[in-house]
Design a protein around this ligand. Structure first.
Ligand code: WT7
Length: 616
């Protein structure tokens, strides 16, 4: 195996201003990983400019609005190029320079993809924040990234809801006086307050560029290892980390995995249902498909509105070839039965994909039989924000699928299972913690502003290995099956949420003395959020207290982290040294009340009985 030779060959297919001098330098101690050293490029020239000759009139982005009655939009590669260039000039006119951090807090509109690419065009570092995060979460991220520029919309449509994005930004900016400019796109016509000297309208800024006679915006020449973006994600401790990806490695790896995992063929319409606010959207709505010259479908709405047939309607409307979605969406749609599939053809589909969490066999078979009609390979793609692209997956129609298994690693990826003591577990039919032994081009480079945190989080648990935080089983044939997180990170509807973060938010509520948060199996969400809370509130109404706590979490983190269950408890199970025994709480939340494991180190065993009695 020669990963460097392999990736060097792949990288040769891109457009470089200057070729790299050396493919790879790395050590996992610092850690330091550099790919395509000395190379000069701009990812947008690879996503846009180089396609103009042959694919200029081909659709790059198809946009399906939230409301099926509203007109959809199609942007050809040429049109997308023009719009990216225009907006890149808007950014420049507003003072944005190479290396500046730009925060994007927008709904799923084409302008979000345009803004992402415009940042990349001028070498600004984009940091997209998902619309489900609160003002406080945004402020934390803006401060961490020291982002002086924000791009947002007046509002966003999601099903029958309207989310007042600009107003949330205004709340966040109360704490962030260093933000110099907010560019606001009109989408919902929700009333907004535009602050003089700080806020400008997207449309007005575009007009200014047009009156300048639509100048070009030559792409900034970037070093391979210049940062491309920061994306915040939750870990087991403290505040979210800003995962940093760089230009060349990320481009090469997302393109390669896009083409090979889904077996992309020219002309294919690719529908990834994720939000661009998550890594899946970055890699497989924007950069992977566009660098491959594919047509990517961007959907503003949700799977269940106006009804649970929406995905299938979209698939038929645009003759979608590849559908890439999350197990939670499949399970939720499964719950509506086969009614919403009535009259839907789905005959254009060739490949199905899943991502974000383990898929249970029942959902896998439902997807296979009712959506793929038994003729579309399903790729179960395992990866993470930190990995940038798919690391373990079957390749559609090329390597066999196995329900609930991600199956085999991508070329050059070297998975290792280790036990608690860091000892490698060899052989087959074994379980352990999943690590990766060798770097791939889009591995996390650092956590923004705090390299030591990157080291301790990912590279210190096991020597010379990247630790994923996932548990994993390897079967007789060497197929990998991800069993879920082994750290204190929850996966709720495919969204990653740290239990420590939720606890911190709950503890902000005045009546809360202490709390412990664990996950429990949830039929649709995969995991639900179960909170054990010691409460000394003023009003005696338990339900009202629950609502207050929920409201607090929503305010501090965002609606996506809302607790599913809140149990008031007299105490928490602790060791003599004061450590909460989460293992016991997890068992209780899961409903496993009999076999709690070793409880000999408990300070006060009676509290466990109380908690068991009050289980929700
Ligand atoms: C965590 C990463 C990168 C995709 C979106 C989520 C879980 C992801 C699978 C899969 C089982 C999966 C893991 C991983 N996960 N894909 N195919 N099978 N589990 O990105 O928010 O960074 O979360 O999602 O637990 O560590 P993320």
């Amino acid at each position: 195996m020669d990963p460097e030779g392999f990736w060097g060959d792949i990288a040769g297919h891109f457009y470089w201003r200057k070729r790299w001098d050396k493919v790879l330098e790395w050590n996992f101690r610092d850690p330091k990983v550099e790919w395509f050293i000395g190379g000069r490029l701009n990812i947008t020239e690879n996503c846009l400019d180089r396609h103009l000759g042959s694919l200029g009139n081909k659709p790059a982005i198809i946009w399906e609005p939230n409301d099926p009655e509203e007109h959809h939009r199609v942007l050809t590669y040429r049109e997308l190029h023009t719009k990216v260039v225009q907006f890149a000039n808007v950014l420049k006119n507003n003072g944005v320079q190479k290396g500046d951090r730009v925060c994007l807090y927008m709904g799923m509109v084409p302008e979000l993809a345009i803004a992402v690419l415009a940042c990349a065009r001028i070498g600004a570092i984009h940091s997209v924040i998902f619309g489900g995060f609160s003002a406080q979460s945004i402020a934390d991220r803006l401060m961490d990234a020291q982002a002086e520029y924000v791009i947002t919309c007046d509002g966003a449509y999601r099903g029958n809801k309207e989310i007042p994005l600009k107003s949330v930004i205004d709340d966040a900016l109360v704490q962030c006086r260093f933000v110099k400019r907010v560019i606001v796109l009109t989408r919902t016509r929700t009333p907004v307050s535009m602050i003089k000297g700080r806020d400008v309208w997207w449309e007005d800024e575009i007009k200014k560029v047009e009156t300048m006679g639509n100048p070009d915006c030559p792409a900034e020449e970037m070093d391979s290892e210049d940062p491309l973006f920061i994306l915040y994600t939750s870990g087991s401790t403290g505040k979210p980390k800003g995962v940093v990806h760089t230009c060349a490695g990320y481009m090469v790896y997302t393109n390669y995995t896009f083409v090979n995992t889904f077996q992309y063929e020219p002309g294919d319409i690719h529908f990834c249902t994720a939000d661009i606010g998550w890594i899946t959207g970055h890699s497989y709505i924007v950069y992977g498909p566009l660098s491959a010259g594919a047509t990517t479908l961007l959907f503003e709405g949700i799977p269940t509105w106006p009804d649970a047939g929406r995905f299938w309607e979209v698939v038929d409307k645009y003759k979608v070839n590849v559908l890439y979605t999350a197990p939670t969406a499949i399970r939720s749609l499964m719950g509506f039965g086969l009614g919403p599939l009535q009259g839907k053809q789905l005959s254009s589909l060739k490949v199905l994909g899943t991502v974000g969490e383990p898929i249970n066999e029942e959902a896998w078979h439902w997807y296979n039989e009712n959506i793929g009609k038994g003729r579309c390979p399903i790729v179960d793609t395992w990866w993470q924000t930190e990995t940038g692209g798919v690391l373990i997956s079957n390749m559609a129609g090329v390597t066999p699928a196995k329900p609930s298994y991600a199956t085999l690693p991508m070329p050059g990826v070297q998975p290792v299972l280790v036990d608690e003591n860091g000892k490698e577990i060899t052989g087959n039919n074994v379980s352990g913690n999943l690590c990766i032994r060798f770097p791939w081009p889009s591995i996390i480079r650092t956590t923004y502003g705090d390299h030591e945190r990157c080291r301790t989080n990912y590279f210190s648990a096991y020597e010379n290995m990247y630790f994923t935080g996932d548990g994993c089983y390897r079967d007789e044939e060497g197929n990998y099956r991800i069993t879920g997180r082994v750290d204190d990170v929850l996966n709720v509807s495919g969204h990653r949420i740290g239990t420590a973060e939720v606890e911190n938010a709950i503890n902000m509520h005045a009546g809360v003395v202490e709390s412990a948060v664990v996950g429990y199996p949830h039929d649709i969400k995969g995991q639900g959020i179960y909170c054990f809370v010691i409460f000394q509130g003023s009003h005696g109404d338990e339900n009202l207290n629950r609502q207050d706590i929920t409201q607090t979490v929503s305010r501090i983190i965002g609606p996506i982290a809302k607790p599913d269950k809140i149990q008031f408890v007299p105490g928490l199970p602790k060791t003599r040294s004061g450590k909460i025994m989460r293992r016991i709480l997890r068992k209780i939340a899961e409903g496993e009340l009999e076999n709690l494991g070793d409880t000999s180190t408990l300070l006060d065993p009676a509290v466990v009985d109380e908690i068991k009695k009050g289980r929700l």
